[in-house]
Design a protein around this ligand. Structure first.
Ligand code: AMP
Length: 217
């Protein structure tokens, strides 16, 4: 199934996507991860994207649309994919439809993880991640066994630049202004399932699974 995980930054899209990858055996396509990888490697795309990401602003559609179109056509997406953090604008949403249409496919389900802004700010500013294996922690709600170090590989944990409290507000603003309007479009098409994103990751996953099972029938 071709799935979209929708929600503000820090809603838990990445966490749920990883669980879905394990369950469904289809790839997670996180545009944030793809862009961060480019930024780290200093590619031309990474150099263009980095200042925007650091400011909590969206990377232009002219860059994002071809990037994702190419990714969706890769062989590992043949049986489905989980889009995490994409689409984030109306033109991106239209582009996904167009890409899928050209492959004789369509979006199966859009899962919206609903989390209030205040909770997002607390969550995101406490988030720490392992630069080596990508494990994600939270200083209060999901701390590593040894503070500051990854449970899996003992690498020092880092805070994403754009997870600092002052940047989170800009990202939430981009979400409300540019991304939220997509939700009503998916709702009108009967593709949207809203799930309460506040709670334990496993409890939320149980609901995500149920929504997918229902949509697959
Ligand atoms: P994320 O990890 O999904 O929160 O993404 C981190 C940053 O990457 C965002 O704040 C944007 O600057 C950029 N980004 C990720 N996905 C997109 C997208 N679909 N469109 C535009 N910019 C994006």
């Amino acid at each position: 199934m071709d799935l979209i995980l929708f929600g503000p930054p820090g809603a838990g899209k990445g966490t749920q996507a990883k669980k879905l990858v394990a369950e469904l055996g289809i790839p997670q396509i996180s545009t944030g991860d793809i862009l961060r990888d480019h930024a780290r490697r200093g590619t031309e795309l990474g150099q263009k994207a980095k200042p925007l990401m650091d400011a909590g602003k969206l990377v232009p559609d002219e860059i994002m649309i071809p990037l994702v179109d190419t990714r969706l056509r890769e062989p590992d997406c043949a049986k489905g994919f989980i889009l995490d953090g994409y689409p984030r604008t109306i033109p991106q949403g239209e582009a996904v439809d167009k890409s899928l249409q050209s492959m004789g496919r369509k979006i199966g389900l859009v899962i919206s993880l609903e989390v209030p802004d205040q909770v997002i700010v607390e969550r995101v500013s406490g988030r720490r991640s392992c630069p080596k294996d990508g494990s994600v922690y939270h200083v209060v709600s999901n701390p590593p066994k040894r503070p500051g170090f990854c449970d899996q590989c003992d690498t020092g944990l880092v805070q994403r630049d754009d997870d600092k409290a002052e940047k989170v507000t800009a990202r939430l603003q981009a979400f409300h202004q540019q991304t939220a309007p997509l939700k009503s479009l998916y709702q009108e098409r009967g593709l949207l399932r809203r799930i309460d994103g506040v709670g334990s990751p496993d409890g939320i996953f149980a609901e995500v699974r149920q929504a997918i099972a229902k949509a697959g029938k």
